[in-house]
Design a binder for this molecule. Structure first.
Ligand SMILES: Cc1cc2nc3c(=O)[nH]c(=O)nc-3n(C[C@H](O)[C@H](O)[C@H](O)COP(=O)(O)O)c2cc1C
Length: 204
């Protein structure tokens, strides 16, 4: 059975990326009723930061050493999300551009995915991603307009860079942009994005 993981990184009521998320989810469910769908709302999850406790817990786990209770509880959170992400055939991530980058919860979630032997490995030729067959859709909203390759845009490019480390290259993207910059076109811009998300989900 195909498993698809839906990750939402926004808790704003009127969130545009939230609208994309639900439009994609409804369309996907209608198109693939037999698939297993798992949803995570990152703002409703305890997500400890990457730091000393997590790093030492990871190190001790890799060496077969005993963890402190604090390290173990942090390690269990990371392991839960990592295993879920690795096991999913397809992943959909919805997120806004806030202050030029992703919400902190998504940054933290992506930190959890970096695991030598599970998502990448080191070789003499360099780093090799271990998840080349995973398919990902990114649903993003940003109030301004950013040219392709604009280095000040660190949300879509940021997530793509992480996914590339894991060997994921099959990445589809819907970006709604410019609805704050051009308020008179706001509704039309958002509607067009929702339409694209619905269409993308049908063939995802
Ligand atoms: C805290 C905050 C920071 C923002 N930073 C940016 C920004 O750096 N660049 C930009 O173009 N728009 C920015 N915006 C506008 C958002 O990208 C826009 O409102 C978009 O719709 C956010 O997605 P959402 O509606 O799913 O929350 C920001 C909005 C907020 C609330």
């Amino acid at each position: 059975m195909t498993t698809t993981l839906f990750v939402k990184a926004n808790n704003r009521q009127e969130s545009v990326s939230g609208k994309l998320y639900y439009a994609f989810l409804d369309s996907y469910r209608a198109s693939y009723p037999d698939d297993k769908v798992i949803e995570i709302d990152l703002f409703n999850e305890p997500l400890p930061y990457l730091g000393d406790v997590m790093i030492s817990g990871n190190f001790k786990t890799s060496q077969g050493m005993e963890l402190t209770l604090e390290e173990k509880s942090v390690n269990d959170v990371v392991a839960k999300h990592l295993e879920q992400f690795v096991a999913a055939d397809k992943v959909v991530i919805a997120f806004p551009l806030w202050n030029l980058t992703v919400p902190a919860v998504l940054h933290t979630y992506l930190d959890y995915m970096h695991h030598p032997r599970k998502t990448f490995k080191y070789t003499a030729e360099g780093l090799v991603g271990l998840l080349p067959n995973k398919k990902v859709a990114l649903l993003n909203a940003r109030g301004g307009i950013y040219a392709e390759g604009d280095s000040s845009e660190m949300a879509v490019s940021f997530v793509k860079n992480h996914l590339n480390v894991f060997g994921i290259t099959d990445i589809s993207t819907v970006v709604v942009e410019g609805h704050n910059q051009y308020p008179d076109q706001r509704e039309a811009i958002i509607e067009e994005g929702i339409y694209k998300a619905v269409q993308m989900a049908k063939n995802f």
